[in-house]
Design a protein around this ligand. Structure first.
Ligand code: KG4
Ligand code: ZN
Length: 335
């Protein structure tokens, strides 16, 4: 079965072709970062308009790369939530209409299920059950995965998501949007032991997270270090390194706890923050020390992409699921 996947929930237009026999045939991601950078965050209306501009040309490109015609598609999957409603509607209307015109089934996919199943696109596929750490701009969740569609939420952030905390901390330090990758790069040259940042909620039982306090810690540290409102490059790098170490340590402690509590040996990391180098290294060391294994999608499949939607959609279509003709999106949608 060949399935076209469309991801338009936020500021990336992701288009991909997945074949249930041959795997991922082609994928393209167009990032709107430059469009939103001058506003310091995603402007929903601009995001929707840009998806309208980019989606069809990208579909054309992936079909060309795979050497397929549109008539050789067997199904279409699109992100139906959660996300920005206008942006979601672009992918949903396009996907549903194209499927209707081609007389093939269409299926709406939960964006976080896409992230959760992204490691299945790699050669080294984790067996079920596994624990998934979903860390994106909108979510921080630990989920037990027993099979496709069999997900149990073990813990989540009670306030800011990890990616959101990275972005907000970066903004306070004057780093360009999106802040996560920029802060992480700066942290490479900093001293992660200079300031004492807390590891929130690690001293009590449970698998929930809270990252908003770390943001406050960044603010007070900036105020303490700045001279006439200006931070030196060394101060900036050290604050970035201390902040990153605090987020990463917290995530690592909770992942270890989730593996211990469930007795599950396999951990997968998904979502944009999963591209963070320090997090990847530390989780590998921690799981291996526990006799377990960690699985990551390649960094380009950690951030938003169409391949994960095409994969999750293929599994759902193969299980007989499909949408009726009415187009529906769900901007707020627990998994
Ligand atoms: O999954 P994603 O692409 O979009 C959402 O569904 O949110 O995640 C985006 C988030 C942003 O907050 C971004 O700053 C963060 O992932 N991110 C990173 C890194 N790369 C992306 N955070 C820390 N370190 C990185 N290397
Ligand atoms: Zn995402």
């Amino acid at each position: 079965m060949r399935v076209l996947g469309l991801e338009t929930s936020c500021d990336e237009t992701g288009i991909a072709l997945y074949d249930s026999e041959r795997g991922l045939l082609a994928h393209r991601v167009y990032s709107q970062i430059a469009l939103h950078a001058e506003y310091g965050g995603v402007v929903p209306e601009l995001a929707s308009r840009d998806h309208v501009r980019k989606a069809l040309p990208l579909i054309h490109e992936v079909l060309n790369e795979a050497g397929l015609s549109v008539n050789e598609l067997d199904g279409i999957a699109y992100t139906s939530g959660p996300g920005l409603v206008g942006a979601l509607l672009v992918g949903a209307c396009l996907g549903r209409s194209l499927a209707w015109a081609l007389d093939i089934p269409a299926v709406g996919v939960h964006h976080m299920e896409g992230h959760l199943l992204a490691p299945m696109l790699e050669d080294d596929v984790p067996e079920f059950p596994f624990i998934a750490l979903l860390v994106s701009g909108g979510h921080t969740q630990l989920v037990r995965v027993d099979g496709i569609g069999r997900y149990e939420l073990l813990g989540e952030s009670l306030d800011d998501a990890a990616g959101e905390a990275f972005d907000k901390a970066a903004k306070m330090m004057g780093l360009p949007y999106p802040g996560g990758p920029a802060l992480s790069k700066l942290a490479d040259s900093g001293d992660s032991t200079r300031f004492k940042f807390p590891r929130p909620m690690t001293d009590r039982p449970g698998l929930d997270f809270s990252f908003s306090g770390l943001k406050t810690q960044v603010r007070t540290t900036i105020l303490a270090c700045a001279v006439d409102g200006v931070l030196s490059d060394t101060d900036k790098a050290d604050i970035a390194a201390c902040f990153q170490a605090a987020v990463v340590d917290t995530l690592v402690i909770k992942c270890k706890r989730a593996l211990q509590q469930t007795g599950v040996k396999r951990l997968i990391i998904a979502g944009g923050v999963g591209a963070n180098k320090r997090l990847r290294e530390q989780l590998r060391t921690a799981t291996e020390a526990m006799g377990g294994a960690v699985y990551y999608p390649r960094p380009e499949l950690c951030t938003d992409n169409g391949a994960m939607i095409a994969y999750a959609g293929t599994r759902r279509l193969l299980a007989g699921q499909q949408e009726d003709l009415a187009v529906a999106v769900v901007p707020r949608w627990p998994m």
